[in-house]
Design a protein. Sequence first.
Length: 365
Amino acid sequence: MKTEKKINQIWFQLGAVTIPLALVILFEVLKGNQALMTGWVFGVMAPFERLLGRICSVFPFSVAETLAALFLAGCVVWLVRAVVLVVRQKAPLPFLRRLISLGTLWLWLWAGLCWLWNAAYYVPTFAQREGLETAPYSVEELAAVTQYFARQAAALAPQVPRDSDGHFAEPLPDCFGRGPEIYRNIAREFPSLDIKSVRAKPLLCSRLQSILGFTGIYFPFTGEANVNVDAPACLVPSTIGHEMAHQRMVASELEANFVGIAACTSCDDVVYQYSGYLSGLINLCNALYPVAPDVWRSIVKETFNQELATDWNDNNAYWSALESPAEEVAGNIYDGFLKSNDQELGLRSYGACVDLLVNYYSSKL
């Protein structure tokens, strides 16, 4: 009886390792088949994650953050107990067993991530699905679109709620509540974005997100768009738009940035419009300043009013104060993750949305 039980345990342990390993290997073999990945992502993965998102939307808090906290706490407790066993029994075997079990758990997590998110990197891009062009543009065209965004942001800046000191003061719960409506207009132009939205969730560990240099995260295991609310409030609406783009299977950070900005600027909500134009302006200025600093200074001098300048300075001061080695390490890890999924620009793809912004908004000038 004991022998049979031991054999069953061995088979269980082998299965626990080989199944996720096989799933990872299968993904690596099949990810180059775009037709297969497209069928999986839009036929299975996306509907499944939308269902998860609707289920998790009944909770007012981030289910993703709760699960992540419990998972990491469990890993720590598991390792601590393993060390205690080694000390008490003076034998490394129990520690090794627990270490292997923990590694197996992380392997399952990676297998799930491959099939519930990484697959979205291997389907036609949003630009390809919607026929958007990213033709080369001149410095003059970049400057013209930058000036357009600056004027729009400056015109909207006095219209959003502000406190007695002139700082952006839109109540964030209200902002999150209106989030599901912002894709209504842009979905008419881009049908692939036309899905029923669920609310994004604020993160309790937002300060930690800021320290690591992140403004939000999409969690495929719950279908939730999670947003850092410790970051400057004036850009929280555009971050909501960005993370909700990931819910629509816009995997590329480049394209999610563009889609989030386009959704915000085209919606009927003044607060979201302003945040979208401000976010786009930051991206455009980051591209314009290195190639034409005098033009950039001229645009700032001619268009920035007091309200826009306040939000611009608040954002710069916030992120400057949080620069740290932790941010650099986290950035390098995420950069590696993006590049491992054939996102050649890595983290630089956040700024590469300028290509789409210039080509798309040039027609609106």
